[in-house]
Design a protein around this ligand. Structure first.
Ligand code: ZN
Ligand code: ZN
Length: 262
């Protein structure tokens, strides 16, 4: 992306110790999104092609995608003298706009809207883009919402700029909790890939490394009640729960290791 300055995390994801800087909100669309001394070309990292006010600039049409509708406006660009094919463009995040490629620009609030949908209800890109396109229609946007592929690349470029520090804090245990439980599975795979060899990463086999020094934390069980855990293991691994025929009931009760509470 053309925008490159680091961005604070969304306001709703902040904790007290975070930097209190917040994302700028685009309230009105500027008639011209202009270059300044911090504008540069994305051709190199770290960036080298900076805006030079003594060289000519071009004004071009661009599209700014907001929460409800998109607008056409003008952006100022300058040919990069370093790579000679790229264009230097405004970062624009200070006015609440993320500049993807000097043609498609996005309100930071729109990109953050996807982040909140994704983190609160695991919304895939394609669903969110479809419902945003409906919202644009409801608001009679003269410019339709962008295709999912472009939005996806914009969102990942934006997410790279977010300063999500490694300063997690539990409201009860404080910083650096001994145990954290992560629910990071938001992907799925096709059923045809579901082989019998697939097993959870926690299962062990004869090649598993034995670490004798490890002391487990007490009471980490998801189900705290021991008798309930035993019952669940019994149901999963015990004998079939099919009811035996009447004349076999006596035998099964005496022979079986378990007694099914009928
Ligand atoms: Zn360049
Ligand atoms: Zn805690």
């Amino acid at each position: 992306s053309i925008s490159y300055k680091s961005l604070p995390p969304p306001i709703w994801a902040k904790i007290k110790s975070d930097n209190q800087r917040t994302l700028a909100v685009m309230r009105t669309i500027p008639n011209l999104i202009s270059l300044d001394s911090s504008s540069c070309c994305p051709c190199n990292s770290p960036r080298v092609g900076w805006y030079d006010s003594s060289r000519p600039v071009e004004h071009r049409q661009c599209f700014v995608y907001g929460l409800l509708e998109a607008f056409s406006t003008t952006i100022e660009v300058q040919k990069c003298s370093f790579c000679t094919h790229g264009f230097i463009g405004p970062d624009a995040t200070d006015i609440g706009i993320f500049n993807l490629n000097n043609r498609s620009l996005f309100a930071l609030t729109l990109l953050d809207d996807y982040t909140s949908h994704f983190t609160k209800s695991e919304t895939p890109f394609v669903s969110w883009v479809a419902s945003t396109a409906c919202r644009y229609q409801n608001f009679n946007s003269t410019i339709p919402f962008i295709k999912e592929k472009v939005f996806r690349s914009a969102w990942f470029s934006y997410a790279r700029l977010l300063q999500l520090d490694e300063d997690m804090r539990c409201p009860q245990c404080g910083p650096i909790p001994k145990v954290t439980i992560w629910d990071g599975v938001t992907l799925s795979f096709s059923r045809k890939n579901l082989l019998s060899t697939l097993c959870p990463p926690t299962s062990t086999n004869q090649h598993s490394q034995v670490k004798s020094e490890i002391r487990l934390e007490n009471s980490l069980q998801f189900i705290a009640e021991r008798s309930l855990r035993k019952d669940i293991v019994f149901v999963l691994h015990g004998p079939s729960l099919e009811l035996p025929r009447v004349n076999e009931v006596e035998n099964s009760r005496t022979n079986s290791e378990y007694v099914i509470p009928l």
